[in-house]
Design a protein around this ligand. Structure first.
Ligand SMILES: Nc1nc2c(c(=O)[nH]1)N[C@@H](CN(C=O)c1ccc(C(=O)N[C@@H](CCC(=O)O)C(=O)O)cc1)CN2
Ligand SMILES: NCC(=O)N[C@@H]1O[C@H](COP(=O)([O-])[O-])[C@@H](O)[C@H]1O
Length: 225
């Protein structure tokens, strides 16, 4: 089967993952990238916090790491310029934000337009920003979920690539809901990067066209009765 890999052999996309914390989404991307037919390689894991748990996970997997601490810079422009320099140093072509908790400048998001994606723990455009799980509970929605999108300067406003929905269960609190959503993040982020790397997630204005999206699942209702 090895020679059945789909399509002409593209060079693997050279990717950096930007984190601020534990890095479970980064680890999911690393795991997916271990597959021979995965169209991207994780060449760098960069954090704005030296105490981010994800740095040790990346180092243990033999991936280069870097720390660019936002507190060491007088403003966002110089911080973003330092990140850019590190990305250039590693020959990075594409950026994945994975729990990266700094708002990036317009200059940075324009330079990386349609070459940078982010995972957000809600069904965008619902619940942009922080504390999404508690806000979903407070709103009483029956479905919640997560989104991988291309990044624009406007927070959580970029074109959507993949989403996953989960039911909100009686007795859920923000932690139990976050855990159910996080498990789906670990599925949709590798899928989104594969679609981008294979050239099947095509940005068309502020929408993404998925080429060969496959059979759609049936509708879901919740509660069931
Ligand atoms: N220009 C953009 N920058 C970022 C985006 C984006 O869509 N456009 N996505 C975020 C990720 N994110 C939500 O998914 C997010 C990250 C951080 C914040 C925020 O309010 N950060 C505060 C600091 C918080 C902290 O340090 O803990 C800030 O930067 O002042 C909101 C949403 C990544 N960047
Ligand atoms: N607004 C951005 C945001 O809230 N991102 C969220 O931070 C968590 C990082 O977890 P991880 O470090 O284990 O990947 C993830 O749930 C991600 O969706």
């Amino acid at each position: 089967m090895a020679d059945a890999a789909p399509g002409p052999q593209r060079p693997k996309l050279r990717v950096a993952v930007l984190i601020s914390g534990g890095g479970s989404n980064m680890a999911a991307l690393l795991g997916a990238a271990a597959a021979a037919d995965f169209p991207a390689e994780i060449a760098l894991v960069l954090s704005n916090r030296a105490d981010a748990g994800g740095l040790a996970k990346a180092a243990a997997a033999g991936v280069a790491t870097a720390v660019v601490d936002h507190r060491a810079f007088p403003d966002r422009d110089s911080f973003d310029a330092a990140i850019d320099a590190e990305l250039a140093r590693h020959g990075i072509e594409f950026v994945c934000l994975a729990g990266f908790m700094r708002l990036l400048t317009e200059g940075f998001t324009d330079r990386w337009r349609d070459r940078m994606i982010n995972v957000h723990p809600s069904l965008l455009p619902l619940f942009k920003g922080l504390h999404t799980h508690q806000r979903a509970l407070d709103a009483g929605v029956r479905f919640h979920g997560c989104t991988v999108h291309f990044v624009r300067f406007g927070m959580d406003e970029g074109p959507i690539i993949v989403q996953a929905a989960v039911p909100v269960l009686a007795g859920d609190d923000a932690d139990s809901l976050a855990a159910r959503v996080l498990a789906m993040e670990h599925k949709i982020y590798p899928l989104a990067l594969r679609l981008v790397g294979e050239g099947r997630a095509v940005v068309d204005g502020e929408r993404v066209r998925i080429e060969g999206e496959g059979a759609a699942p049936g509708g879901m209702l919740w509660p069931a009765g």
